[in-house]
Design a protein around this ligand. Structure first.
Ligand code: ARG
Ligand code: ZN
Ligand code: CA
Length: 233
């Protein structure tokens, strides 16, 4: 196989006072990514959740901080139309994951571009206050970046964004017809099976998500194989 995959990361902090997000928060965010993608996070199973623990996978995808760029910019909210990327373009997106840390507005925590899109908009945008230690509790443990990078690496939402038969193209994630929020009790059943509410690709609280599956790992890693959408990295 491919072995360990290392993704260098450029962070663009775009805020009226870009120092409001500290270097410590950025390094903590990178640590959260490495722990989440390698199944070493310390969040606990919901009580009684015995079947999913063994499905938590190690992706062997790793992240390293390649540079932080700070931009003091008075724009109050950037929306989801890639304006922040036009103002502060990605740097070598062929080889680097670019993350814009800014105020998106409208209660949006983050958004991402799937593989195979335009290089000029490649990367993920996350709400500045979602970084570890930020003010967006219960979304302030850094898992908005984990979720959005899941999309950047080709993952769909775990419920497939549709009804029971709508697939997320991953066989070992159970079917569901909806997103879950908060910290759901176990079992939470939809479409006749127990939802994997603790998957990073659901919409639950940061403290209540802890896993990708083997199938998600394989789908992410496939884009780095020869001919894949991110093979150049
Ligand atoms: N795109 C989703 C949103 O903006 C991100 C959800 C992230 N979930 C989380 N627990 N951090 O709502
Ligand atoms: Zn999403
Ligand atoms: Ca599935």
């Amino acid at each position: 196989g491919l072995g360990a995959i290392d993704i260098p990361v450029y962070i663009h902090v775009v805020l009226p006072n870009s120092n409001d997000v500290t270097d410590k928060q950025i390094s903590d965010q990178i640590s959260v990514l490495n722990s989440d993608f390698n199944s070493t996070n310390t969040n606990l199973l919901p009580s009684g959740a015995t079947n999913f623990i063994n499905d938590a996978t190690i992706t062997d995808i790793h992240f390293s901080l390649a540079g932080t760029f700070r931009h003091n910019d008075n724009t109050s909210s950037w929306g989801t139309n890639d304006a922040v990327k036009a103002a502060y373009p990605p740097i070598t997106p062929e080889t680097h994951l670019n993350i814009w840390v800014c105020n998106i507005g409208g209660g949006i925590l983050g958004y991402a571009q799937f593989p195979g899109g335009k290089l000029s908009t490649d990367g993920v945008v996350i709400l500045y206050s979602s970084l570890p230690g930020g003010s967006s509790a219960p979304y302030n443990l850094g898992r908005t970046a984990t979720h959005e990078i899941g999309h950047y690496l080709n993952l769909r939402h775990i419920w497939g964004d549709g009804r029971c038969r709508q697939d997320d193209f991953v066989t070992d994630t159970p079917s569901s017809d909806r997103s879950n929020y908060g910290c759901p009790p176990y079992p939470t059943v939809h479409c006749s099976s127990t939802d994997m509410t603790m998957n990073y690709m659901d919409y639950t609280d940061d403290g209540c998500m802890y896993m990708f599956t083997d199938g998600q790992r394989n789908r992410m890693r496939a884009i780095f194989a020869s001919g894949g959408a991110r093979a150049a990295m």
